[in-house]
Each structure stands twice: as C-alpha cells, then as structure tokens.
Design a protein around this ligand. Structure first.
Ligand code: CA
Length: 234
C-alpha cells in the first residue's frame, strides 16, 4: 500500500458505545484498518448523528444511556433510509435468548464482550462484504459500469471512460450506494471532505463532467432529483 485511499473510498463506521476506553480502542483499531470512524456514547445522540450523516456500518452497544442499543436498532430498521444499514451489535451478555433477540431486531451480526479487535475487524469486513460488495473490492461493477480502484480505470460496457480524479471519486461513491440520492452537501462531505471549503455549485460542475464522460450511448446513468440532489440509476 502506498498513499492512503481518498476519504470517499474509506467506509465510514459509527461506533456507538458509552464505555469510553472500549470506544477509543475501537476507534484506534478501525482507523488503522482504513475506516473513517465516528463515535457516539448515547443512543439518542446516535440516531441524530445517523440522520445527519449515514454511516456505511454501525457498531452498536446493547447497553446505552437514554435509548438502548436494541431500541436504536429497532428504530433504524423502521425507517426506509436506514432499513438496510449494516449493524453489528455488541453485548456483555452471552445468553442464547439475547442472541436471538439481537438478531430478531435486525442486527446483521452480534459480538459478545470481551472480544479481540482482530475478531471484530474480521466481522466488520465480512458484514460489509456481504451487504455492500462494492466497499471492499478492488473492482466494482454496477450495471454496465466497472471501476478498477487499483488501476484507476473505468469502463462503460466495453468502452474505456476517462475521468479526472474528482469525477473518479464521485463515481466510486455513487457505485457504493447505487440508487441512493445524495444532496450536494453530502457529496461535498464524502468526496471533498468536510474540512474543505468548496461551493456546492462545484459539485454540479463535476457531476456535469462525469455525466458527459459516462454518457457513451446516449443514456445518462446519473439522475438529477429536483431540490434533492443526484443518484446513480442504472
Ligand atoms: Ca455500554
């Protein structure tokens, strides 16, 4: 591995854990594994955080102040936007009934404390790979578009598509979430980074370039959703 991959290609994991030492340890290890990591120590706060910026995966502790992990999980499953959000539940209890309840609320996996960081990271990888194959692989396909993250190449059908670095990152991000609508602010945050000041109009400029480059056969794969943003629809 040479340079660190751009932010947009690093999956964003939200850790919801009130035990500070464990939260810090999780943050450290997930960051080392190449994920972007957010922390929340409270169930209610976690729901707000997820509303503002949807993670690619949530590591959710069972026992939390205000709203319990199980309730957070249940609420996330009730909403259309977070119905398929990958969730790994953490718990100190090991009883079989709890395990079943955990899976019933819709968690994708379940890890009993104490656990090793190697084990947890392996579970995170496995869940992401299963649910969003696009996040973990060097090559991602959606419809007739293929991107190769290692070679930095893009093809539409048999035709090579030439993209600038920003258009490449935009497309990569769309490919990770096909069909999902992103606002200009969300795209700025994911592709340019939240610490960079760029006007939202810049997003339109790069979307325009990406569109022209991909539009090989006269069918535009990028949908403009009026007053909402853009999505990749194939
Ligand atoms: Ca706890």
């Amino acid at each position: 591995m040479s340079a660190e991959p751009p932010a947009a290609m690093r999956p964003y994991v939200l850790v919801v854990e009130d035990e500070e030492s464990l939260a810090t340890l999780l943050q450290y290890n997930l960051d080392k594994e190449g994920y972007r990591v957010g922390l929340s120590a409270d169930g209610e706060e976690a729901l707000i955080t997820i509303d503002e910026k949807q993670p690619d995966l949530v590591i959710l502790d069972w026992m939390l102040p205000s709203v319990s992990g199980i309730e957070v999980c249940r609420r996330l499953r009730q909403r259309a936007e977070t119905r398929n959000l990958p969730i790994i539940m953490l718990t100190a209890r090991g009883e079989e009934t709890d395990r079943i309840r955990g899976l019933d609320t819709g968690a994708d996996d379940y890890v009993v404390k104490p656990f090793s960081m190697t084990e947890l990271c392996a579970r995170v990888r496995a869940v992401l790979r299963r649910i969003r194959p696009g996040l973990a692989d060097d090559r991602v396909r959606h419809g007739d578009i293929m991107i190769d993250r290692v070679a930095h190449r893009v093809k539409r059908g048999a035709q090579e598509v030439h993209l600038g670095p920003t258009e490449f990152r935009l497309l990569d991000y769309f490919m990770q979430h096909p069909g999902r609508v992103f606002s200009r602010e969300q795209l700025l945050d994911a592709v340019w980074g939240s610490d960079v000041y760029v006007e939202t109009r810049t997003v339109d400029v790069h979307i325009g370039r990406l569109r022209r480059a991909l539009n090989t056969e006269g069918d535009d794969p990028i949908r403009t959703v009026r007053s909402a943003g853009y999505s990749l629809d194939l």
